[in-house]
Design a binder for this molecule. Structure first.
Ligand SMILES: [Zn+2]
Length: 385
């Protein structure tokens, strides 16, 4: 039997849509903008806003008028409204930030850690230090796949099947966790270079390469939340076996580990970024050996991107981390090898390869997005009123 929707249900649904519109906008919306985006009248919008103001979710401030038309107001987060915390947990360090509705990020604290799950005790203590009654949700970015959204696999730290619930303990606010590369892509799709695109891809290159397919502004997650391990596909035909168990992973040829391997570093343990940076610097200064290593990295990157573009047909591909350096130093190498990997009929219109604009803040920004996604729901708004 079809469910009937009461007028209260409809009002709640529109309030969530309104909060979502305010959150997603790249600049504060006027009440009239919001009404237009939602396809509702100005009076209805006014009533929704008044109720959200009483719930301390939205606040109206006078907009600067350009002299024409009726004076209007801008919709901004309520000054006493809920906050999301976002944590970027990397192999060697973490960062905690507070993020308001609309995505404004305030960094709160950060530190190094001992590479064991004990690190989460420090993060938890930091969250408790900064939390107030306004903290509503916490989003985490971590490296490695996160099976079913709760079980962490961080191969560089030898974490196997570490349960998020054991790390954070009981009595936490709502938590959301996802992989850092996927979150960096989500950040580009929502706030950066891939904004407004229907189909796009993002790759974050650090020790190795990780990425995500972005569809309509959201990341593809898969049946068990472990989709997108593009770095663990044998796209470039390496003869080495990867730590993940696969023979010839793309990740063996792209990223800091691949650079380190050529210069006697010990790849695979989440250490040695400095050596990779040094290789890039030397390549930039014209050192031929370093230059050849960077060429090989850029060529492997391009080959893999071409292969993936054949399968997934992205409008654009953005890169972060070392990918930005590779674009700066070797754009032509990347594009030539991408074209080599593309089916001939696609070569006239290859996917655009661009640097991400959210940059190093990508995982933190994406963690904030999944945190807000977790609470911008009808049940949560109903409970706030
Ligand atoms: Zn692998």
């Amino acid at each position: 039997m079809p469910q009937t929707m009461t007028s209260a249900d409809l009002r709640t649904r529109n309030q969530v849509r309104l909060l979502r519109a305010v959150h997603d906008a790249d600049a504060p919306l006027t009440r009239a903008d919001a009404a237009r985006r939602l396809g509702i009248g100005r009076n209805t919008a006014g009533a929704l806003v008044a109720e959200l103001e009483r719930a301390r979710l939205l606040h109206e401030v006078p907009a600067e008028t350009s002299g024409r038309g009726r004076p209007t107001t801008l919709l901004v987060p309520h000054p006493d409204g809920p906050l999301a915390f976002a944590v970027d947990f990397r192999e060697d360090a973490w960062t905690l930030a507070s993020v308001a509705l609309g995505g404004a990020i305030t960094e709160l604290e950060g530190g190094e850690h001992d590479r064991t799950p004990r690190a989460f005790a420090d993060i938890r203590a930091a969250i408790e230090r900064h939390a107030s009654g306004r903290l509503a949700v916490v989003g985490f970015a971590t490296s490695g796949p996160i099976r079913d959204g709760r079980r962490l696999h961080i191969s560089h730290l030898a974490w196997e099947d570490v349960e998020l619930d054991d790390l954070i303990g009981a009595d936490w606010p709502t938590t959301a966790v996802d992989n850092d590369a996927r979150l960096a892509g989500l950040a580009e799709a929502r706030r950066g270079a891939l904004r407004g695109m229907g189909t796009a891809m993002h790759f974050h290159i650090d020790f190795d390469i990780g990425g995500t397919l972005l569809l309509g502004g959201d990341a593809q997650r898969g049946a068990h939340n472990i989709a997108g391990e593009f770095g663990h596909m044998p796209l470039t035909g390496s003869a080495l076996r990867c730590m993940c168990g696969v023979l010839g992973c793309w990740s063996l040829d792209v990223g800091a580990n691949a650079l380190m391997r050529r210069f006697g570093g010990e790849p695979g343990y989440g250490t040695g970024r400095e050596l990779a940076q040094e290789v890039l610097r030397r390549a930039e200064d014209g050192d031929p050996e370093a230059g050849a290593a960077v060429d090989a990295n850029a060529a492997a990157l391009g080959r893999g991107l071409g292969a993936l573009a054949n399968a997934l047909d992205p409008e654009a591909i953005s890169l972060s981390g070392l990918g930005v350096d590779l674009i700066r130093l070797r754009r032509e190498v990347i594009e030539d090898h991408c074209a080599e990997g593309l089916m001939a009929f696609r070569r006239d219109e290859p996917p655009r390869i661009v640097s991400g604009t959210v940059g190093a803040a990508g995982p933190l920004t994406g963690a904030a997005e999944i945190a807000w996604d977790a609470i911008l729901t009808e049940a949560w708004v109903r409970a706030r009123r």
